[in-house]
Design a protein around this ligand. Structure first.
Ligand code: FE2
Length: 379
């Protein structure tokens, strides 16, 4: 990790100064083939609320973007309006997928300066955009694949989402929220032997730390070997696990992703809830499809994880997984891919003290993924 620079006037201290202070995830933007229909799916199935719209009617000639919100979660779905251009190229190569993991900062100019002078490749120089509701500063750097980290400075902005968007509301029907609250972590899949490149990127360019590592001894099933390292920023608000495929008997889940996404990209976004049973039941009733583990997973659950507050029956009924670490336990479940390509999916997670990622569930989970891969003929 590079040495942090002391701000002017600071006294020498053994604690490094965080050169990239992050307030959390600002939004996740997806490039998709049909943003109007994607927005409808995330409203009806996931319970997001209409927030803001940008398109030809607001002066955006090449795209349409729909911003949706639920608690602290903001998703944006953007589609190209023409055959050519970077958005159309992205959709053609990758299908629907995450383009921007946007991070909230107090100073987007400093964020860009600090990261680019440490080797970050610029996507967008600090750019001030404004409308009648104030001004935002955006900047950005590239990360793995064609994914971008935008830095969003919005302390002087009072509008619905960003300048260029207009508030979006619809009188047609209500889509009650499902209890999803914020982004817990976002996982990237990178190519063979690329793990250390990206670990170094997050350490050197963004000042993150590697807080957990899993190797192929921890997480190989018969086929689906992978390695994973969890990168966290200084205050722990932003966590980016990174997966790399490992040699297995047959094609691993990361390889399947890389083949169908046509390169590196975001594998899953984990969404936090305070009541996973309620949230998952609601999502399931609205048509969200989840991976299922065998009923035997629950037979010796309590002997594996100890006492938990929840009763086992609804967890078994819904397929919710449980894991424990030194600090507490967590409940989690994974959707099937939310596109026809076997690429991006979501995790729903409820943390009860645990700060880890469910290592105890990897085997049951990966066997469930392999069963799905086999039905696609990709194992
Ligand atoms: Fe996860």
């Amino acid at each position: 990790m590079s040495t942090a620079v002391q701000p002017k006037g600071a006294t020498a201290s053994t604690a490094p100064v965080d050169f990239l202070p992050l307030q959390g995830t600002d939004y996740v933007e997806f490039y998709v083939g049909n943003a109007k229909q994607a927005a409808h799916y995330y409203r009806t199935a996931f319970g997001f609320q209409p927030l803001a719209y940008a398109g030809p009617e607001t002066g955006m000639r090449d795209r349409a973007s729909y911003a949706l919100r639920q608690q602290k979660l903001t998703f944006v779905f953007t589609t190209p309006l023409h055959e050519t251009g970077p958005i159309a190229d992205h959709v053609r190569r990758h299908g629907d997928g995450v383009k921007f993991l946007a991070l909230r900062v107090d100073d987007a100019t400093s964020a860009w300066n600090e990261t680019t002078r440490r080797g970050g490749r610029s996507y967008m120089e600090p750019t001030r955009i404004q409308d009648d509701h104030g001004a935002c500063v955006l900047s950005g750097i590239h990360t793995y694949g064609e994914t971008v980290h935008l830095f969003v400075e919005r302390k002087d902005y009072k509008g619905a989402f960003l300048p260029g968007y207009r508030p979006w509301s619809t009188p047609y029907f209500q889509t009650p929220e499902t209890g999803l609250k914020y982004v817990d972590h976002c996982v990237g899949n990178v190519g063979w032997n690329q793990m250390n490149t990206w670990v170094s990127f997050y350490e050197d360019v963004m000042g993150f730390r590697n807080i957990l590592s899993f190797d192929d001894n921890d997480i190989s099933t018969e086929y689906s070997a992978l390695m994973s390292k969890v990168m966290s920023n200084g205050n722990g608000f932003v966590k980016f696990p990174i997966n790399e495929p490992a040699e297995g008997k047959k094609k691993s889940q990361v390889e399947e992703y890389l083949e169908f996404y046509n390169g590196e990209g975001v594998q899953h976004v984990a969404l936090a809830t305070d009541d996973i049973v309620r949230t998952v039941r609601d999502l399931r009733n609205r048509g969200v499809e989840f991976l299922q583990v065998p009923p035997s997973y629950y037979d010796d659950l309590l002997s594996r994880v100890g006492a938990i507050d929840e009763s086992i029956d609804p967890l078994r009924e819904l397929g919710v997984l449980v894991d424990r670490d030194d600090e507490g336990y967590l409940l989690q479940i994974f959707t099937k891919p939310v596109e026809d390509r076997p690429t991006l999916f979501f995790e729903i997670i409820q943390r009860k003290g645990a700060k880890s990622f469910g290592k105890g569930n990897f085997k049951a989970l990966f066997e469930a993924i392999e069963r799905e891969q086999a039905t696609r003929g990709n194992l």
